[in-house]
Design a protein around this ligand. Structure first.
Ligand code: FAD
Ligand code: SF4
Length: 472
C-alpha cells in the first residue's frame, strides 16, 4: 500500500457499534450489540493498512489470515471474507462475539500503537453474520469415507472443532454429549444477551450437514467407557469434556437455600430457560439482593443475568482490584452501564441464614494486595478487623470450575495431574493411552473458546495422521 493511502486510512476513526441502551436491555435477554451495518464494516475495514508483516495473525490462536479477510470486507466481498475466516476458524460468529481480542489480535495491531486498533472481532462477527443471514453458507465437499471412525466426547468448542476437521478429511465422526443439546459452555454458560443460542445452533447444524453425527443425552463413563468406545469400533477417541465441576470456597453457610454455583445458576437460566418459569419447567430464586462472588467472565455473566431478573441490587464481590479482574473489559463495562455494584478487595468469610435455612447475608472481610503470587498477580491478604455484612437472599459462587472426574475415574490408566486435568502432549493432544486424545478445558482447566478450538484443530490433525498411518 502506498504511503499516501496508508496516511488516509489512518485518519479514519474507529467505527462504533450500536447497542441496546442499558436501561432497556437490562429488562430483556436480547443481544446487547447490534453489529455493524455494511457501510460501517467497510469503513472500519479500511482502517487496516494491510501490513507486510501482520502481527495480528500471530496474535490469533488459530492464525486467521486477518488482513486478507479484512481486505475482502473493505472491497464489499462479505461472503468471500466469511469463507476466508472459515478456512481456519469453524465458529467465526461465536469467536467474533466472545473472544478476548483485546488480549490477542487487537492487542498487537499496529494501528493500536498510536490510537484504537482495528476492530478485528467486530469485523469477524459481521462477515459470519452476513453469510448466515444471506443464506449463502456452503457445505464443503466431503471426501469418500476412509473406512475409519472417531468418537468425540463432549460437544463444546474443542469437540466440535475436532468433529468438523475430521469429517472434512473423510472420517466418520460421532459426538457424544451428556446434555440434551450440543454447544457446551456456548449453550449452557454464556448468556443469550452475549451469544444468541440460534447462532450456536446454526454452527452445530452446519457440522451435522457435513455429516457429523451428534448423540445427545449420552454420558460417557456411564453409557460406555472410553475403553468400550475403542473396543466397539472407534479407531480413536477425543475427550473434550470441559471443566464443568463447580468450585466452592468451603466456608460456613454454602449449603444455605439461595447459594448457587455459577454453573447451576447459568445452566438453569440459559439451557432450562428458568427466567420463563412456569412456561418452562425449571424454577430459579430471583432474589431481591444478589451477591456474585468472583471477577471473571462467569461472574460477570451471572451478575448481568441476575440483573435481568429485576432484583433491587446485584453486587460483585471480588478479592482483588478492578485491574486484576480476568473478565473481558467489554463485559465489565457493560455490567457497569447496567447498574452492577462492585465490592472490590473484598472476600466472603461466611454465609448467614435464618431459621428456615434461607440465605439472609454474607459476611465479608476487606483485603489488601501483597506481593505477586505464582499467577503474577498481587496476592490478596485479609485486613484484620475489617469484617462487614452485605444483605442478600441469593449468592452465586463464580470462582472457577474444576475438571469433571467421571472420565478419569472410569478410565483409571489415563494420566491426570493433581487437579484432575488430563495430561497431553501439547503439540498433538495425545494422552498416554493409545488412540485417545484430549484438549480444551479438561486439559487446560478453564481457558477460552479459541484456545479450546486450537486444541481441537491440533488433535484432529494428530488423529488424522494416526488413522492414515496407524503410527501412534
Ligand atoms: C459462564 C462462562 C462464560 C465464559 N465466557 C467466555 C468468553 O467470553 N470468551 C471465551 O473465550 N471463553 C469464555 N468462557 C470459557 C469457554 O467457554 C471455555 O473455555 C470453552 O467453552 C471450553 O471448551 P471445551 O470444549 O473444552 O468445553 P465445554 O464448552 O465445557 O464443553 C464440554 C462439553 O462436554 C460435555 N461433557 C462433559 N462430560 C461429559 C461426558 N462424560 N460425556 C459426554 N459429554 C460430556 C459437557 O456437557 C459439555 O457440553 C466462559 C466460560 C463460562 C463458564
Ligand atoms: S496488524 Fe492491524 S493494521 Fe496490520 S494487518 Fe493486522 S489488523 Fe491490519
Amino acid at each position: 500500500m502506498d504511503p499516501k493511502e496508508t496516511k488516509e486510512r489512518m485518519k479514519i476513526t474507529k467505527q462504533p457499534m450500536t447497542e441496546q441502551p442499558p436501561k432497556e436491555r437490562v429488562r430483556n435477554f436480547y443481544e446487547v450489540p447490534y453489529g455493524y451495518s455494511e457501510e460501517a464494516a467497510m469503513l472500519e475495514a479500511k482502517r487496516c493498512i494491510l501490513c507486510k508483516n501482520p502481527l495480528c495473525i500471530g496474535g490469533c490462536p488459530v492464525n486467521i489470515d486477518i488482513p486478507w479477510f479484512i481486505r475482502l470486507i473493505a472491497e464489499g466481498k462479505f461472503i468471500e471474507a466469511a469463507r476466508k475466516i472459515k478456512e481456519t476458524n469453524g465458529l467465526p460468529a461465536v469467536c467474533g462475539r466472545v473472544c478476548p481480542q483485546e488480549d490477542q489480535c487487537e492487542k498487537v495491531c499496529v494501528i493500536g500503537k498510536k490510537g484504537q486498533p482495528v476492530s478485528i472481532g467486530r469485523l469477524e462477527r459481521f462477515a459470519a453474520d452476513y453469510e448466515r443471514e444471506h443464506g449463502e453458507v456452503t457445505i464443503p465437499e466431503i471426501p469418500k469415507w476412509t473406512g475409519k471412525k472417531a468418537a468425540v466426547v463432549g460437544a463444546g468448542p474443542a469437540g466440535l472443532t475436532v468433529a468438523g476437521d475430521l469429517v472434512k478429511k473423510g472420517h466418520k465422526v460421532t459426538v457424544f454429549e451428556a446434555l440434551h443439546t450440543a454447544g457446551g459452555v456456548l449453550m449452557y454458560g454464556i448468556p443469550e444477551f452475549r451469544l444468541p443460542k440460534k447462532i450456536v445452533q446454526s454452527e452445530v447444524d452446519y457440522l451435522k450437514k457435513m455429516g457429523v453425527e451428534i448423540v445427545c443425552n449420552a454420558v460417557i463413563g456411564k453409557l460406555d467407557t472410553i475403553d468400550e468406545l475403542l473396543a466397539n469400533g472407534y479407531d480413536a477417541v477425543f475427550i473434550g469434556t470441559g471443566a464443568g465441576l463447580p468450585v466452592f470456597m468451603n466456608i460456613p453457610g454454602e449449603n444455605l437455600i439461595g447459594v448457587y454455583s455459577a454453573n447451576e445458576y447459568l445452566t438453569r437460566l440459559n439451557l432450562m430457560r428458568a427466567y420463563q418459569f412456569p412456561e418452562y419447567d425449571t424454577p430459579i430464586l430471583n432474589g431481591k439482593k444478589v451477591v456474585v462472588v468472583g471477577g471473571g467472565n462467569t461472574a460477570m455473566d451471572s451478575a448481568r443475568t441476575a440483573l435481568r431478573l429485576c432484583p433491587e441490587e446485584v453486587t460483585i464481590v471480588y478479592r482483588r482490584s478492578k485491574e486484576e479482574m480476568p473478565a473481558r473489559i467489554e463485559e465489565t463495562h457493560h455490567g457497569e452501564e447496567e447498574g452492577l455494584k462492585f465490592k472490590l478487595l473484598t472476600n466472603p468469610i461466611r454465609f448467614i441464614g435464618n431459621e428456615e435455612g434461607k440465605l439472609t447475608a454474607v459476611e465479608c472481610i476487606k483485603m489488601e494486595l501483597g506481593e505477586p503470587d505464582e499467577s503474577g498477580r498481587r496476592r490478596p491478604m485479609p485486613i484484620k478487623g475489617s469484617e462487614f455484612k452485605i444483605d442478600c437472599d441469593v449468592a452465586v459462587m463464580a470462582i472457577g470450575n474444576g475438571a469433571n472426574p467421571l472420565i478419569p475415574h472410569t478410565t483409571p490408566d489415563l494420566k491426570v495431574n493433581k487437579w484432575g486435568n488430563i495430561i497431553v502432549n501439547q503439540d498433538t493432544g495425545k494422552t498416554n493411552k493409545k488412540g485417545v486424545l484430549s484438549g480444551g478445558d479438561i486439559v487446560r482447566g478453564g481457558a477460552t473458546v479459541i484456545l479450546a478450538m486450537g486444541d481441537g484443530r491440533r488433535a484432529a490433525n494428530a488423529i488424522h495422521e494416526y488413522l492414515e498411518t496407524g503410527v501412534w
